[in-house]
Ligand binder design. Sequence first.
Ligand SMILES: [Zn+2]
Length: 380
Amino acid sequence: MWFFRSPTVIFGDEALSYLSSLPIHRALIVTDRHLRSTEIPETVRRALPEGAQSLVLSDVGEEPDLAEMTPHLDEIRRFAPDWIIGVGGGSSLDTAKILFVLYERPDLTVYDTTPLQPLKLRSKSRLIAIPTTSGTGSECTWAAVLSERAERRRHELASPEIIPDYAILDPELVLSLPLEQTRNTAVDAITHAIEGYVSQWKNPFSDAMSEKALELILGSLATVVKEPGNRPARTAVHIGASMAGLSFSNSQIGLAHALGHALGARYKTPHGKAVGIFLPLVVEFNQPVCEQRFERLNRLFPTEVRAGTLAESLRGLLRSIGQDATVASLGVLREEYFGALEELASLAAESTGLVTNPRDSGTAELKELLMRAYTGGGPS
Ligand SMILES: [Zn+2]
């Protein structure tokens, strides 16, 4: 028996105005420091039903950190929201999910957020995710990444109950996304679509999401990079990124994510950039067991960048949008990096991506992929 889980998705022009039709009385809006200085939090507040009260939390950092969240819990409980609305990139949306659990179940710790434990959420509130980047897919997934910086730990929390009730995809909110974030998050979404498509837990529903996600993203990404204000192209990438989120949320990620998380943990590389560095190498590694599936995906690439294999098409795509595709390009010194291979391989080995990747890998294979990533596949 299998499931396909999804929020109700509201998408397209004016999608944000859907908020005014919901029975919202007290909204907790969770956003981040970068968005604090933009009009976006106020735009969301204005879209609430008339008379609704709101409390805006805007000090989310790069990654959701338990120590940053805990001091807000008393204030949130006093405010007693009936809706929690995450607005921002993956970190804001993940923070909203975690605060939702902590608010609903003060008797639990965040680590009780596992698929094995019924959480019985939604006795006080419901959850909405409004992404302002196009890539993490967090608005559609049942996972949240939590950091405990003081202890240098990172946890992947997961429960089907933290899938938002609504995901609102309004292109207006991504029109001014800076180029660097546009590229990183789009490459993340492409990685979700490809890894979800060959995961051990792939299924017909996730397959459909992956194929359409790639078609939408690959068909419009070049335009978005050239003309960031192009609304139809932004809309296509935004919707595609959520579909890629639905794919991997209902199948799983793979080795590019395992390796990307390891790189990100050590060098603070943005997530999408990190997974993108490994993606062509992991595709090559998986090629022997995914030949037909990769061939089908390769046909979705625009002719300008399509090559003989999916890995080569991906390299062409990364080049065409100006995306860094090697560890060396991040400015990491060769000696430092090669000295850290053991640690990086063991960090990667902890990831769930290893379990669901279509081809098994041990330390030797992980180290080989890490080594090749320094120069992107050529002789290291
Ligand atoms: Zn990702």
